[in-house]
Design a protein around this ligand. Structure first.
Ligand SMILES: Cc1cc2nc3c(=O)[nH]c(=O)nc-3n(C[C@H](O)[C@H](O)[C@H](O)COP(=O)(O)OP(=O)(O)OC[C@H]3O[C@@H](n4cnc5c(N)ncnc54)[C@H](O)[C@@H]3O)c2cc1C
Length: 426
């Protein structure tokens, strides 16, 4: 097993700044060996794929960085399925697929790695193609007890069924995934309608969006101002006429611009004008992701609540945003998974960020994040566990709200397959 004490060059600044104990690159027998000196006295192993979260490196803990040795991408041109290593980032995946006019429902950023897929994966394309986990064809992983397993959809024997379901949504707690095979999709043109709107306009647009067909989705972000993206996949058939009918009411918002992109693979979300602090090296941050159903008649009180949250925002780097799921993500025909809140149609997230050495600001900002979460709970009662927060006091509540009535099954799996607690705690 190779070791290296260099800095970890990753997008998440909290993790980048962490004084980790050891950096390792391979998953081999030694990792699971009780005499392994780099794991002695450890609390748990941090796993890094895209390195976009605050949990992939921590002070005093060892990080397994999958980016170096688990970074292969292979597209099978016959089956159109793509096999990726557990350390592949979504940007590299879609750049590879673009060469063959294929695509994959990645999220709003190209930076996240396999963690995006394993924690669910909500894409602007999810309403048509499901969550990222719904497109998993097969998987190779090491369980926390060192057992290597290889699982293929529709060929799962009954004793592996629960592992297969838990891999889809809760893999990080009991496994290290080294390879994932995914279904790809035809790359179609995308129409994006985007621009700044005010709160009243956002309210109207949310109302319109809750009636959108599956090929259209809304995403909005409220940072200093509100920016929206209405995203429509065009399939060059009758659907496109219907799409235009749904998009027509947006013509009345003067600041919105329309653009046709040749492919989803080529779209970059979040324009520079938003001045997002996500990659600012002077800031640390935490993100919490929620889930809930259509707002329907509650849109006006939600907008009032959002206004209050933004009025209390402690600094310019914090924001609230939301993306739309629903339609195909509601269907269980992809097979059961540990993404249990299938009724959800909105995934808002709260981004809390502070100047990294300012502990007072951190306290104020985290309080704002928790207060805002509390306010939003009546609209979005559940959690999308896209970020592991075992270093925060909210971890237990987040687990309960993320896994619902499957939490005990997950705890049982953890006990059996990660008995030494090598992987992030539940
Ligand atoms: C700018 C930005 C935009 C985003 N947009 C979206 C979006 O549109 N939709 C959405 O659903 N999410 C979105 N996310 C959230 C993101 O997908 C999750 O936070 C995801 O967990 C990040 O994965 P990662 O591999 O980059 O992170 P890392 O920090 O590398 O990993 C996060 C955790 O996942 C686990 N993990 C990662 N890889 C493996 C593996 N191979 N085996 C076992 N465990 C593993 C580890 O426990 C690790 O601690 C976004 C995040 C960012 C920063």
């Amino acid at each position: 097993m190779k070791k290296n004490n260099n800095l970890l060059e990753i997008p998440n600044i909290n993790s980048k700044d962490a004084k980790f104990k050891d950096l390792i690159y391979d998953v081999d027998d030694y990792l699971f060996n009780e005499n392994n000196s780099s794991m002695k006295g450890f609390q748990h192993l941090c796993v890094c794929s895209g390195g976009t979260t605050s949990s992939c490196a921590k002070n005093g803990l060892t990080t397994l960085d999958l980016r170096k040795n688990y970074n292969k991408i292979h597209l099978d041109l016959e089956s159109n399925s793509v096999t990726i290593g557990g350390g592949v980032i979504m940007g590299d995946l879609i750049n590879h697929l673009q060469k063959n006019n294929r695509s994959f429902p990645i999220g709003l950023s190209k930076l996240p790695g396999a963690g995006y897929i394993l924690t669910g994966g909500v894409s602007p394309l999810s309403r048509t193609y499901g969550l990222a986990i719904d497109n998993i064809e097969s998987i190779k992983c090491f369980l926390g007890n060192g057992t290597f397993i290889s699982l293929k959809k529709n060929q799962i024997n009954p004793e592996k069924q629960l592992i297969w379901e838990a891999i889809k949504g809760a893999a990080p707690f009991f496994s290290i995934v080294t390879e994932i095979e995914l279904k790809t999709i035809q790359s179609n043109p995308i129409k994006v309608i985007e621009g700044f709107v005010n709160l009243n306009e956002l309210s109207e647009i949310i109302q319109l969006s809750e009636k959108f067909p599956e090929n259209i989705s809304l995403q909005w972000i409220y940072a200093q101002k509100i920016y929206i993206y209405v995203f429509a996949e065009l399939k060059k058939n009758l659907e496109d006429k219907i799409t235009e009918e749904y998009l027509m009411p947006l013509d009345k918002f003067p600041a919105l611009e329309k653009k046709i992109h040749e492919s989803f693979n080529k779209i970059t979300f979040f324009p520079k004008e938003l001045n997002l602090y996500e990659l600012n090296p002077n800031n640390h941050s935490e993100v919490i992701s929620l889930l809930g159903e259509d707002l329907k008649n509650d849109i006006p009180i939600f907008i009032k609540c959002l206004n209050e949250i933004m009025d209390n925002k402690p600094n310019n780097s914090c924001y609230v945003a939301s993306q739309q799921l629903g339609c195909k993500t509601k269907k269980l025909n992809h097979g059961s998974s540990f993404f249990v809140h299938r009724k959800s149609t909105w995934k808002p997230w709260i981004y809390a960020s502070w100047e990294k050495h300012d502990l007072h600001e951190k306290k104020v900002v985290m309080e704002w994040m928790y207060n805002s979460w509390n306010k939003l709970k009546s609209f979005y009662p559940n959690i999308h566990l896209a970020q592991l927060h075992n270093h925060l006091n909210s971890h237990e509540e987040e687990l309960t709200l993320a896994f619902g009535n499957r939490i005990n099954e997950l705890k049982t799996l953890k006990k059996i397959f990660d008995p030494q607690g090598i992987l992030p705690p539940l």
